[in-house]
Design a binder for this molecule. Structure first.
Ligand SMILES: [Zn+2]
Ligand SMILES: [Zn+2]
Ligand SMILES: [Zn+2]
Ligand SMILES: [Zn+2]
Ligand SMILES: [Zn+2]
Length: 343
């Protein structure tokens, strides 16, 4: 049975697999419900961290003492055992609202700023998952506490939020990362890994996971990926289809990701649970471009070249078409598009 907590454990294991480098980084695993529990206090060994995480299964009960637990974690781990010469990263996951802390949200935020985030190399991410989280309180705290609040709709998207924050941390250990968007479906763990190999900066990080009673709630499967317009993509039997994002031909008569409202099909490469597919590029008015395979003549709106058949990237709304050559000229990165479209 899949629960909120089992999803959180799975996502955390992925995060550590991709973030932690044995012999360099140190990780801490902590949980909170009515009180803070430190399971692993800055371990060097990645295996110890995975074991601690796996042992959290079926441990959810009690309340959500979030504010006190965040401050307690800073005081009891980072201030006692943290290496002052390293960046400190703290990642907090919660699914509810705190009604039991002695500190107010505001006091908690101020303590975090004074003790943790006033240091530019320290990062704190608070991830609120689901509809029970009071996002406006969390946003206020993030503002005052100088940290990043990430609202996530669903526990299936938690791993994706982890992926993005790992990439941001790894990419920019010395710059401000307050602007945070969870809508870039092109990020992968492989990219995080690549950046991680380049960075030589060792970090001390802590994962603080909500194990209140509601974390044992059952969850029923991932939310569907979305088309460019934000509609849910669903499985559909289609004859002779191609991907509207990259132009690749469908491999079978079942398209797993189809939007009936837009007549939009996508191959799995572009599809992540709950997230909109990312287009190859945009028209001059910033609409997403769709791949179109022509059976008649058409003209490229960039170089005015006339084509008979072939592939364009098209914006229906603006009646704009661009050919693969022009797209490639526009940005060398689009070389991959040519490879796919012409194969
Ligand atoms: Zn595709
Ligand atoms: Zn659609
Ligand atoms: Zn593809
Ligand atoms: Zn357009
Ligand atoms: Zn052209």
């Amino acid at each position: 049975m899949e629960t909120k907590l089992s999803r959180a454990i799975k996502a955390s294991n992925e995060l550590i697999t991709n973030l932690h480098r044995d012999g360099l980084d140190r990780g801490c695993i902590a949980t909170f419900n009515n009180f803070l529990t430190i399971k692993e206090n800055f371990a060097d060994d990645e295996n110890d961290l995975h074991h601690s995480l796996d042992a959290l299964k079926n441990t959810a009960y009690g309340g959500t003492r979030l504010y006190d637990s965040m401050c307690d974690l800073i005081n009891r781990t980072f201030y006692r055992n943290g290496n002052l010469s390293r960046p400190w990263i703290m990642i907090v996951v919660t699914d509810g609202n705190d009604i039991s802390s002695t500190r107010s949200a505001q006091m908690c935020a101020e303590e975090i700023r004074n003790k943790f985030t006033k240091e530019n190399s320290n990062f704190l991410f608070l991830i609120g998952v689901g509809d029970d989280v009071n996002s406006s309180t969390m946003e206020m705290m993030a503002e005052r506490g100088n940290f990043t609040y990430i609202p996530v709709k669903d526990f299936y998207l938690l791993e994706y939020a982890f992926m993005l924050l790992a990439l941001k941390v790894t990419n920019s250990l010395n710059v401000s990362i307050r602007d945070f968007s969870i809508n870039d479906a092109s990020v992968t763990w492989a990219e995080v890994q690549k950046q991680r190999q380049i960075s030589q900066v060792a970090i001390d990080y802590a994962l603080l996971i909500d194990v209140s009673g509601s974390m044992s709630d059952r969850i029923y499967g991932p939310p569907p990926p979305k088309c460019f317009a934000g509609h849910d993509l669903k499985e559909k039997h289609l004859y002779n289809w191609y991907c509207d994002v990259c132009g690749e031909n469908g491999q079978s008569s079942i398209c797993k990701y189809y939007c009936a409202r837009c007549d939009f099909s996508a191959c799995p490469d572009h599809c992540k649970p709950g997230v909109e597919c990312k287009p190859v590029d945009y028209c001059p008015n910033h609409h997403p471009l769709r791949c179109v395979k022509w059976t008649r003549k058409w003209v490229c709106d960039e170089d005015r070249r006339l084509f008979n058949g072939g592939t364009s990237l098209r914006c229906q709304q603006c009646d704009y078409d661009i050919c693969i050559n022009c797209l490639e000229d526009r940005n060398i990165i689009h070389r991959f598009a040519r490879l796919i479209l012409e194969s």
